[in-house]
Design a binder for this molecule. Structure first.
Ligand SMILES: Cc1cc2nc3c(=O)[nH]c(=O)nc-3n(C[C@H](O)[C@H](O)[C@H](O)COP(=O)(O)O)c2cc1C
Length: 201
C-alpha cells in the first residue's frame, strides 16, 4: 500500500506511485465503510450547459468509480445522451481533493446489490420513496408516507435504482500542505499505463 503522510501531502516523499488507483485506495475509505465520500458529479446538460450535483461514492476499483441514482433522474438522461462525466471527491474535509474525468458505463447487477446492501435504512427508504409524486405533495402527506413505509430486508435494490461506473482517463490528486504550497499530481491514461506530472495548486 502506498505510504501517505497523515494530513496533507499527495504521497510520501520520493517518486509518486506509478498506479493512481494505489493512491486512491490510500486516500479513500474502503467500499465496506458505511461512511461514504460525498462526490460532486458533473455531467453535460441536455441544453449544453454543465450540470452538477452531489452523490455518494458507492465503490471504486481499477474498473472505475461507482455511484447509484434514480433511473428517471436528469443525470441519467444526460449520461444516456453523452456518457462522459467528472467527479470531485473532497475527502477528508478540506485537505484533499480528487478529480476524476472519463467515460461512464452502466454498472451490472452484482455491484449494485453490494452497494444496496451497504446503504443505510434511511438511504434505502430514500431510494424507494423519493419520487416526483412524493415531492409534489404537501409536507404533512410526505411525512405520513415516509413514516408508514416499512422496508422488506430481503428485498433487493429499488427498481428505480441504477448504477454507473466512471472509467477514468484522468485522475488528479490535490493536497493542501501546512508546510508548503498545495500541489496536484495529474495522471493521464496512455496506451499501456499512466503519465504522471506535478501541477501547482
Ligand atoms: C450529501 C448528499 C448525498 C447524495 N447522494 C445521492 C446519491 O448517492 N444518489 C443520488 O441519486 N442522489 C443523491 N443525492 C441527491 C442529488 O444531489 C440530486 O439532488 C438528485 O440525485 C437529483 O439530481 P439530478 O436531477 O441532477 O439527476 C445526494 C445529495 C446530497 C446532498
Amino acid at each position: 500500500m502506498t505510504e501517505v503522510l497523515p494530513g496533507a501531502e499527495v504521497h510520501a516523499d520520493g517518486a509518486p506511485p506509478a498506479d493512481p488507483f494505489a493512491l486512491a485506495r490510500a486516500w479513500l475509505p474502503p467500499d465496506e465503510d458505511p461512511e461514504r465520500p460525498r462526490v460532486t458529479l458533473s455531467t453535460i446538460g441536455e441544453d449544453g450547459y454543465p450540470d452538477a450535483r452531489t452523490v455518494l461514492l458507492s465503490a471504486f476499483d481499477e474498473s472505475g468509480f461507482a455511484f447509484h441514482t434514480a433511473r428517471d433522474s436528469r443525470k441519467v438522461a444526460e449520461l444516456a445522451a453523452l456518457p462522459r462525466a467528472g467527479i470531485v471527491v473532497l475527502w477528508p474535509d478540506f485537505g484533499r481533493q480528487l478529480l476524476v474525468r472519463g467515460d461512464v458505463v452502466r454498472d451490472d447487477d452484482g455491484p449494485a446489490a453490494a452497494a444496496w446492501a451497504a446503504r443505510s435504512d434511511y438511504l434505502r427508504r430514500l431510494a424507494r420513496l423519493n419520487t416526483g409524486e412524493l415531492a409534489a405533495l404537501p409536507l404533512a402527506e410526505r411525512v405520513s408516507r415516509w413514516a408508514a413505509w416499512t422496508e422488506d430486508p430481503a428485498a433487493g435494490p429499488a427498481g428505480s435504482w441504477v448504477g454507473f461506473r466512471l472509467r477514468p482517463r484522468e485522475m488528479t490528486f490535490w493536497a493542501a500542505s501546512a508546510r508548503t504550497a498545495s500541489r496536484r499530481l495529474q495522471y493521464v491514461r496512455t496506451g499501456g499505463g499512466w503519465r504522471c506530472r506535478p501541477l501547482p495548486g
